[in-house]
Design a protein around this ligand. Structure first.
Ligand code: NAP
Ligand code: L37
Length: 286
């Protein structure tokens, strides 16, 4: 029976440490870290995530500036807001919650965020830094996955990691981070034949697909570590991951639950990036 990796608890520990650091920055350096969170439209999941992010900021002492724009917002209007936030000295981190409505070109918006305020790590400059092994702001969900592994005592070096999903926000960056941590990495996607065979080779499995319980328990290699990034809402309103949790926990050595796994870590790492951005704005980091 697998150990449950408690993302809620590990995220709480990250936030506690940050809270102390932020108090120090405020009291001793006169620096108040600030995060601008931009939400366009009324996607219900995004509304929940943005609310959780604002609450987490308050808990640790980060000033949060919420910008909730109507679904019909134009690209020009959103670009103007991003440019204003780029110039605002109280804002150290900027996050534009994805997905954006169809009339807005996501790439255009992400490219407009100042790379030194890019709390999500999605700007091409930061993606390039990650890809070349000199990361500054790491994408929050993949970084959260790496922290869960570290906190669970799982060192990827020399292990076979299998990532299911190749999105720019999860699959691709988590594969780069596992590679940097010296894993042998396989990336699977919708054109991968015989997914079960690939999954069965994983010492570390990261599932980031968005399909409820699509990874069967008996695909999992006995003793594997399973990190389930998927967040899917079932018809009964409950959340579940991409992995069949009850079956997988019979074979895995360790597994993350949904909710209470990767989700809370995503937010904790966002707060870390914001504090990092604030410190960098003052030259407080190397
Ligand atoms: P996405 O952009 O939709 O990407 C999904 C990936 O899964 C794609 O690469 C797709 O392949 C692949 N895929 C789809 N069907 C597949 C199949 N049958 N077999 C193998 N691969 C398949 O999703 P995302 O943004 O990466 O998010 C993935 C999941 O993570 C979602 O449930 C999302 O809600 C969740 N999420 C959670 C957090 C968190 O903090 N916990 C953060 C972000 C996202 P192709 O590239 O070939 O289409
Ligand atoms: N900036 N963040 C940004 N851009 C994006 O495009 N998708 C995405 C993104 N992701 C994101 O915000 N993810 C996320 C996922 C889950 C949580 C927070 C953020 C979260 O709080 N999860 C909780 C509970 C979720 C719930 O009750 O619905 C959990 O325990 O998993």
């Amino acid at each position: 029976m697998a150990t449950i990796i408690d993302g809620k608890l590990i995220a709480q520990q990250v936030r506690s440490a940050l809270k102390e650091e932020i108090a120090y920055l405020r009291d001793k350096k006169g620096l108040q870290p600030g995060l601008a969170v931009v939400l366009v439209g009324n996607d219900p999941a995004s509304q929940v995530y943005v609310r959780n992010k604002k609450r987490a900021c308050e808990e640790v002492g980060i000033a949060s500036f919420a910008h909730e724009l109507v679904a019909g917002t134009t690209q020009k209007e959103l670009l103007a807001l991003v440019e204003r936030l780029n110039r605002d000295p109280a804002v150290h981190g900027i996050l534009v919650q994805l997905p954006l409505p169809d009339q807005i070109d996501e790439t255009r918006i992400l490219n407009a965020i100042a790379p030194d305020k890019d709390a999500d790590g999605f700007h091409p400059v930061n993606v390039g830094r990650l890809a070349t092994g000199t990361p500054v702001f790491r994408p929050c969900t993949p970084w959260g996955v790496m922290e869960l592994l570290r906190a669970s005592g799982v060192d990827p070096a020399g292990r076979h990691a299998v990532v299911v999903g190749r999105s720019n926000i999860v699959g691709k960056p988590v594969a780069l981070m596992l590679l940097a941590a010296h894993a042998t990495v396989t990336i699977c996607h919708s054109r991968t034949p015989d997914l079960a065979v690939q999954v069965g080779r994983a010492d570390i499995l990261v599932a980031a697909v968005g399909k409820p319980r699509m990874i069967a328990g008996d695909w999992i290699k006995p003793g594997a570590t399973v990190i389930d990034v998927g967040i899917n809402r079932l018809p009964d309103g409950k959340l579940c991951g991409d992995v069949d949790f009850e079956a997988a926990r019979q074979r895995a050595a360790a597994i993350t639950p949904v909710p209470g796994g990767v989700g809370p870590m995503t937010i904790a790492m966002l707060l870390k990036n914001t504090v990092e951005a604030a410190k960098r704005s003052r030259g407080l980091v190397a």
